[in-house]
Ligand binder design. Sequence first.
Ligand code: PLP
Length: 402
Amino acid sequence: MNSKNEEIADLCRQYMMDTYAQSVPIVRGEGCKVWDAGGMVYLDFTAGIAVQGVGHCNPKVVKAVQDQMATLNHCSNLFYNENAGLLAKKLVEMAEFDGGKCFFANSGAEANECLIKLARLWGHEAGKYEVITMVGSFHGRTLATCAATGQSKVQKGFDPLPIGFAYADFNDIESVRAAVTDHTAAILVESVQGEGGIIPADHKFMKALRALCDEKGILLLCDEVQCGMGRTGEWFAWQSSGIMPDAFSLAKSLASGIPMGAVVAASSLANVFTKGSHGSTFGGNPLAAAAALATIGVIEEEGLLERALEAGEIFRDGLQQYVEKYDQVLEVRGDGLMIGLVLDAPAADLVAKCREMGLLACCAGENVMRFLPPLTVKDSELEEAIDILDEALDMLYGEDAE
Ligand SMILES: *Cc1c(COP(=O)(O)O)cnc(C)c1O
C-alpha cells in the first residue's frame, strides 16, 4: 500500500474498535468510481453496500443536502417537518399503500426494531408477540435485530438475547407453517436475502406467506433495507411477487448515505403507534428527508428502475460465461443489480484479487461474491468489471494459476 494509505490504516487500527475487515482507505467518490488515498481509482461495485444507488456524490443529492444544511438540518420531532411529510407521502404512494403511514429512523436495524415493536404492539392484547424470521437472514446488529437474524455468528456471545423469535427455512412454506404458534404476531422476511448470499425469495413462497398470514391472522413484514429503493428494478422487491406486505423497512440507499431508515406501513397498521409509543431524535430530520426526496427524484427522472433491470441483465450475462469457463464458479443469481456469484471457493480471495485490479465488490457469506453497483452504472463500466473479473479468475483459478 501507498504511504498515505498506510498512515490512514494505522490510525484506524489504533483507535477504532476492530469490528470490520477493512481494506484501502477511500477518500473520494464520483458516480461508480472511488479513489483511495494513494490516488488509485476503483470501480465501486459495492456502492457503499447498496447505499449509493444513484452513484457517489450525485450532483442533485449534493445540491439538495447543501441547500437544506444551510437552511435547517434538524429541529427535532417536537415540530412538524415538511420534508418528512413529503417523503412519507411519496413512500406510501410508491408502495400503493392507500391510507398507509411512515415512521422514520436512522438505520436499517432501527427500522427493523420499529417493525418488531409495531408487530408486538399490534398483537399485544391478543397475546401475540413472536416474530418468525428465516434461517440465513440478516436484520441488523441491535440486540433485538441480532435475535431476529437467523445466523448464529451474529448472536454468539451476546446472550441472553431478547426472546420472542422463531426461525424457519427460507423459501420453504411448510417450515414457516410449522413455526406458527398462538403467540405468533408476524413473519419477517427479506424479499431478497442479502448478507445470506443474494437469494431471492421465490414469488410462490411470497404468495404462500401472504396466504398463511391471512389464514392465521398474522402480519407479513418485509425487510427491504438492502433490496429496496429500485435495486431489483421495482421500488421495493416485494412488488415483483404480486403480494403486499403489511409493512416493510427501508434504509441503505434511501437517503444516499445520509443515515436514514424508514418503516412504511399499510393502513391497517398506520395508527397502531400513538403519541409516545415510539420515537427517534434524528429520525426523519429535514436533512435526511431532503436527501431521500432528491434520491427518489433522480431515480424517477433518470428511469433507473428500468435501468437496474437492463444493467443487471448485461452484467449477469457477462458473469454467466465464467460458470462454463471456471470450475470454481458455480452459479450467477439475484435480481436487477443485486447479484451474487456463487463460488466453490472462498469469495474473500476473489474480492481481494479484484480490489488489487481496481474493482470493488464484497462477500455475502463465505462463498458468494456480491455485486451492488449504483443503478447509474454505465455499460462501459459493466464491461470493464466483467473483464477485470475474468483476469482475476484467471489468476486465481486459470490453467497457469499457482
Ligand atoms: C444492512 C441490513 C440491515 C441493517 O442495516 P443497518 O443500517 O446496518 O442497521 C438490515 N437488514 C438488511 C436486509 C440489511 O441488508
